[in-house]
Design a protein around this ligand. Structure first.
Ligand code: ATP
Length: 261
C-alpha cells in the first residue's frame, strides 16, 4: 500500500533545520534558516527567483553542504541518516524521458530500489506499489509506453509516481507543477491528496500553488537568506479583486463541485 507511514501522528519531527547557513563560493544564499516540519504537515516553500528555495531543500537532502547550523531527518542528524527510502524526492524538472529508452513502469520501478536494495529482485509487493503509484497519478494505461513518448506533464507525473512507489513518509518536491498542463496538475494534486490522507508529510517548492493551494497547511517564504514568513499561505495582493480570479479556496458550502469537493 502506498504511504504506509512508519511514523505517524502529530508533533513528531520529520525535518528540523537549525540556524542553517549555506554559501556557494563564499556567497551566502541561506543566512540563518530555522524551522521544524512535523509529521502530516504539507508545507510550501515560496519566494522570489533565486531566493534559495531549491538550495534549501537540496541542503535538507544532504546534496548541498551546510556551512553552519544543523539538520535532522526523523530525529537523526543528517550525517548519520541512512533510511533514505523514507524520503521521496522529485527534483526540479529534468524530464523523465530524455534519451532514456525505458518504459513508464520501468522508471517508476526505480523508485523501489532504495527500499528493497539493488541486489534483490522485484517481488509482488514491489509490483503492487508500482501499480498503485501509476494509478495514483493517472498513468496506469501508459505503463508499457516508452517514457519518451509522454508529454512533459505526463513525464513529470512519472517522476512523482517513482517517488510514491518507494512508499516514503516524506515527499520533497521541487516545483512539481511548473510548466505542467492542467490535466497533469489536477492528477498530481489528486495523488498528493491521497498521500496526505494516509498521513504523509510534504515539503514542496512552488511558484504558483494552483490546484495545490487547498492542500497546503503552512507556507515558508524565503527572502534574503532567511524565513521571512512562517504560517498560512499568504494571499497575493489584490488577488480576490482580480476579475479572472478563480475562486477555489475551501471557504464554505457554495464551493463549485469538482475534485476538491
Ligand atoms: N550549484 C550552485 N553554484 C553556485 N551558485 C548556485 C548554485 N545553485 C544555485 N546557485 C545560486 O544560488 C542562488 C539561489 O538559487 P536557488 O536555485 O536555490 O534559488 P530558487 O529560489 O530555487 O530559484 P528559482 O525559483 O529560480 O528556482 C541563486 O543566485 C543561484 O544562482
Amino acid at each position: 500500500m502506498i504511504g504506509k507511514q512508519e511514523q505517524s501522528g502529530t508533533d513528531q519531527p520529520v525535518v528540523t533545520v537549525t540556524h542553517a547557513r549555506v554559501a556557494y563560493d563564499n556567497r551566502p544564499v541561506l543566512r540563518d534558516v530555522s524551522f521544524t516540519l512535523t509529521a502530516g504537515e504539507v508545507v510550501a516553500v515560496l519566494g522570489a527567483n533565486g531566493s534559495g528555495k531549491s538550495t534549501l531543500i537540496r541542503t535538507i537532502l544532504g546534496l548541498v553542504p551546510l556551512s553552519n547550523g544543523s539538520i535532522e531527518l526523523f530525529g537523526t542528524p543528517l550525517r548519520r541518516f541512512r533510511k533514505w527510502w523514507r524520503i521521496g524526492y522529485v527534483p526540479q524538472r529534468i524530464g523523465a524521458g530524455s534519451g532514456v529508452p525505458a518504459t513508464v513502469a520501468e522508471v517508476v520501478s526505480a523508485g523501489r530500489l532504495a527500499r528493497r536494495g539493488v541486489l534483490r529482485p522485484a517481488g509482488a509487493a514491489d509490483r503492487e506499489a508500482v501499480a498503485e503509484a501509476l494509478d495514483a497519478v493517472g498513468l496506469a494505461d501508459r505503463a508499457g509506453d516508452p517514457v519518451a513518448t509522454l508529454s512533459g506533464g505526463q513525464q513529470q507525473r512519472t517522476l512523482i509516481a517513482r517517488a510514491l512507489a518507494g512508499q516514503p513518509d516524506l515527499l520533497v518536491l521541487d516545483e512539481p507543477t511548473a510548466g505542467v498542463d492542467a490535466a497533469s496538475q489536477a492528477a498530481f494534486a489528486e495523488a498528493l491528496r491521497g498521500f496526505i490522507a494516509r498521513g504523509g508529510t510534504v515539503l514542496l517548492v512552488a511558484h504558483e500553488l494552483g490546484p495545490l493551494a487547498p492542500l497546503i497547511s503552512r507556507a515558508l517564504v524565503v527572502h534574503e537568506g532567511r524565513i521571512a514568513h512562517d504560517g498560512p499561505v499568504p494571499e497575493p495582493a489584490g488577488h480576490h479583486a482580480d476579475p479572472d480570479h478563480d475562486h477555489v479556496h475551501p471557504h464554505g458550502p457554495d464551493e463549485p463541485t469538482g475534485m476538491w469537493s
